[in-house]
Design a protein around this ligand. Structure first.
Ligand code: SER
Length: 593
């Protein structure tokens, strides 16, 4: 069975049972800021699950592409994908549990051909407020599912939603395929991650609403929300072992073999799978109506990571050309029948993949230079400190895998454990957010604050250029929304001066300049004219950040690697801070270029 056939089979099965086909939503939820990507087919239907009347009626069916970012790390195994398609059917206060479960069961056994003995199901065991779901259990038993194939779990496993903080939710009953592998332990079951039980889908009984305080109220309208994993059903319908054997991936794997000159064998398997999955996901995201492009925040950041991981995998295989475009072309060929819109976005997809490839390889070159420098300082058999390995990663965007490979070539070691500790420390710091105050006024350490930090440097030099070199920084504070910059000056800035300053910063952004970091002594920094708080105590060597043509400043970092990451700079306020000190608040608009 082909993918196109399965989509049609599913939709027609439910159409025959009174469902109307509703258009799928974007990969980025349009009215829901609580999640970055659409994670389930029900998301665009939220208002209707809560009682609003749907123009197509009470029974709906569709196919929705979803992204679950938590799954990305699993990609490379037999089943997990960055983007998967969810086959969904809904009853908006129409039929309920018995009919929903019976249809799911019939579809899985009759249409997909899964023997009932290979199915396991889970049922909600209840809590203090919501009762045990005897109706779901009885329905499964009546259909012929053996009692020992039914598992009972509580809120952790058998409660679904809401997708964000608030929204529709309810108890559910999940369906699993039982693999032929032995149980991993006495307690092995569908909730176990050993791989024996593969989740196929979920019947959610959307009968509750969760509010901001966490309270549940019963919905008047009792809904059904069923989601099935399209690719997983396709594997089973064809008696395949994994998704890469299906017609969704096989032609892509073959194309990668041609382009790379390597075979898809046990040795290359994982890299091949990741490359194919990630290129496919990148095409879907880039072709989406929400026009996501690689950036350093939110959806764009996830896209950037996916593309960059693809490039890393290509390098790992030894592919030095950008073959992503040829692969993307294949993805478009595979999916253009089901999703014709991706065909019309082809040029945009190609352009963005090419741009990101160039950007990332540039970043890597800078990192490579620094990594070589660090490693050449070591004698054979010595070890690169975790701190330096982390610096390569954090400041230069140089992946640890690359550092390890390079070290191996030079017969030196890397303190991976030290790197891991630094990495975790960094993660913790980013998470603890606002409470932390870093040198340079960074309130926390995420991509937004990093961008605003670089913008602060540009602002600092722009002010000096327009107002004179007697202007210097008196303070700075940055959070993820805005920067605040205090500087010595004794009068209000004119409108004209403000727009001149903005123009300088925006010119620097438009010129897409690489931000360089240099290490040197304080004396040398002074000699080359770097500005910064000279009076404060610095260690022996200090960092100087250079944005050629614009800024040279002593600073602990971190900064973006290229000014193009900053979007559009705007001053939103200019006011007095204290006597002889003015204060500017400014933002970066990432949507405007
Ligand atoms: N919303 C449920 C899920 O994502 C079923 O569609 O599993």
């Amino acid at each position: 069975m082909t993918g196109n056939e399965l989509r049609k089979l599913y939709v027609s099965y439910y159409k025959e049972r009174g469902h109307e086909l509703t258009a799928a939503g974007s990969l980025v939820p349009e009215n829901d800021a609580s999640v970055l990507y659409t994670t389930a087919g029900m998301q665009p239907l939220t208002p209707y699950l809560l009682g609003e009347e749907h123009p197509l009626g009470k029974r709906l069916v569709n196919v929705q592409r979803c992204v679950r970012t938590g799954d990305i790390e699993e990609v490379g195994d037999d089943y997990h994908l960055t983007v998967f398609e969810m086959l969904g059917n809904w009853s908006l206060g129409d039929y309920f549990k018995k009919e929903a479960i019976s249809m799911s069961y019939e579809f899985l056994t009759d249409k997909i051909g899964i023997p009932p003995s290979k199915l396991a199901v889970t049922v909600y065991e209840g809590n203090d407020i919501v009762p045990y779901d005897s109706e779901a259990a009885d329905t499964w038993i009546d259909l012929g599912i053996n009692k020992n194939q039914i598992y009972y779990y509580g809120d952790d496993e058998n409660w679904w939603g809401p997708t964000g903080e608030t929204g529709p939710c309810g108890p559910d009953s999940e369906m699993f395929y039982i693999n032929d592998t032995p149980d991993c332990s006495e307690n092995c079951g569908p909730a176990c991650s050993c791989g024996k039980y593969v989740e196929l889908g979920n019947n959610v009984f959307m009968t509750y609403y969760k509010d901001k305080e966490g309270n549940l109220t019963e919905l008047e309208q009792k809904n059904i929300d069923v989601g099935l994993g399209f690719e997983r059903l396709l594997i089973l319908a064809n008696h395949f072992q994994n998704v890469y054997e299906t017609d969704l991936f096989l032609p892509l794997i073959k194309r990668l073999e041609q382009l790379s000159g390597f075979k898809y064998d046990a040795y290359n398997e994982k890299s091949f799978r990741i490359i194919c999955d990630h290129v496919r996901a990148s095409v879907f995201i880039l072709a989406d109506s929400q026009k996501i492009v690689p950036t350093n925040s939110e959806q764009g950041y996830i896209l950037r990571r996916i593309i960059r991981r693809t490039i890393r995998m290509m390098f790992k295989l030894g592919i030095e050309e950008n073959i992503m475009l040829e692969l993307a072309e294949k993805v478009i060929e595979i999916y253009c029948e089901a999703y014709p819109e991706i065909q019309s976005c082809k040029n945009h997809v190609f352009e963005e993949l090419e741009k990101e490839y160039i950007k990332f390889t540039k970043t890597l070159q800078g990192g490579l230079k620094m990594a070589n420098k660090y490693l050449d300082e070591l004698n054979i058999g010595e070890c690169l400190s975790g701190e330096k390995a982390f610096k390569l990663y954090d400041t230069y965007g140089f992946p640890i895998e690359f550092t390890l490979e390079l070290a191996q070539e030079k017969d030196v070691f890397v303190d991976v454990e030290g790197f891991r500790l630094k990495f975790e420390e960094h993660q913790k710091k980013s998470r603890s957010g606002a409470a932390e105050k870093f040198k340079g006024g960074l309130a926390d350490h995420n991509s937004n604050t990093i961008r605003l930090h670089t913008a602060t440097h540009l602002l600092n030099s722009a002010l000096r250029e327009i107002l004179g070199n007697h202007v210097y920084q008196k303070g700075s504070h940055i959070n993820s929304e805005r920067l605040r910059f205090d500087f010595s000056f004794d009068r209000k800035l004119s409108k004209e001066e403000i727009s001149q300053v903005e123009n300088i910063v925006n010119n620097a952004i438009q010129e897409e300049i690489d931000v360089d970091r240099m290490e040197m002594s304080l004396d040398d920094a002074k000699k080359i004219g770097a500005i910064g708080a000279f009076e404060s105590k610095y260690e022996d060597t200090i960092n100087v950040y250079k944005i050629p043509g614009y800024s040279l400043e002593i600073c602990g970092g971190p900064h973006v690697s290229n000014t193009s990451e900053l979007g559009f700079f705007k001053i939103i306020k200019e006011q007095s801070s204290s006597s002889g000190v003015r204060r500017i608040k400014a933002i970066l608009d990432l949507d405007k270029k």
